[in-house]
Design a protein around this ligand. Structure first.
Ligand code: MG
Length: 256
């Protein structure tokens, strides 16, 4: 009986010790003022919110403390789930569009991290925590083995069935046209209306300018751009924007 009386306070003490240790790893008061140090998962989740909403604006690499967080996000269920919701929202809007039947109703897709995934490349390069290296990335592109993002492939096919013409607008160069077409077909994408790549005259233009100009040219041709899908805000903002723009998740890199 006596040992039982001591057992409860002892276990409570242990519980307090553990919970204190856990809470200190999450939030720690610094020098008595209101500044707090937040643990990496919480910080990185907030950082991801900031970059996905474009509040962060330009950023160059994933913070070192968030590499593991981004890895877990990209390779776990969350990335796929987020992508599925984007596709569902896109399809819900697409179904509300009245298709004229004149072949001028358009949906614009970006390619990288929108239709196909380069995750295999980024897995080998720190999930965006390393500085981007064009040479090695182009070697990966030349393989033409980037798989489809499954929710985007489903959306792509459903949009075609609804009567949308699909335009692909990518920051890749013209010199990558053949491997890009090869990769798209490998990944299951077919029957796009046009694949638009950067020409020499587009070199040096920020993506947001280049893509806006290309959308504007489509509008000048009489196309109505109802929807646009991209993993970068520079795919979606600028001028000649779509009626609705759909931002796919990408916490690995930023293109302005
Ligand atoms: Mg992209």
């Amino acid at each position: 009986m006596a040992s039982g009386q001591y057992l409860v306070p002892a276990s409570l003490f242990l519980l307090c010790l553990v919970s204190t240790a856990v809470s200190h790893s999450i939030i720690q008061l610094v020098s008595g003022d209101r500044k707090i140090r937040i643990d990496d998962d919480l910080y990185c989740d907030s950082w991801r919110f900031s970059v996905e909403t474009n509040d962060a604006g330009y950023w160059s690499t994933v913070p070192a403390r968030c590499e593991r967080f981004v890895q877990d996000y990209m390779t776990g269920e969350r990335y796929l789930s987020d992508s599925e919701i984007v596709a569902e929202d896109s399809l819900a809007f697409a179904k509300s569009v009245e298709i004229a039947g004149d072949g001028r109703d358009v949906w614009v897709f970006d390619i990288d991290e929108t239709l196909v995934s380069n995750l295999a490349y980024y897995e080998a390069h720190g999930f965006g925590s390393e500085a981007f290296e064009e040479t090695t990335f182009n070697s990966w592109v030349d393989l033409a083995e980037a798989p489809a993002l499954a929710p985007s492939l489903s959306l792509y096919k459903e949009l075609q069935q609804l009567g949308f013409k699909i335009f692909l607008l990518t920051g890749r160069d013209e010199k990558h046209r053949n491997v890009t077409e090869k990769n798209l077909i490998y990944a299951g994408f077919t029957n796009w209306e046009r694949l638009i790549l950067r020409r020499p005259s587009d070199e040096g233009k920020p993506a947001i300018v280049y893509k806006s100009e290309k959308r504007s040219e489509l509008e000048d041709e009489g196309y109505r751009i109802h929807g646009s899908s991209g993993d970068q805000w520079s795919d979606l903002l600028g001028f000649a924007v779509a009626t609705r723009s759909f931002k796919l998740p990408n916490p690995m890199y930023y293109i302005s």
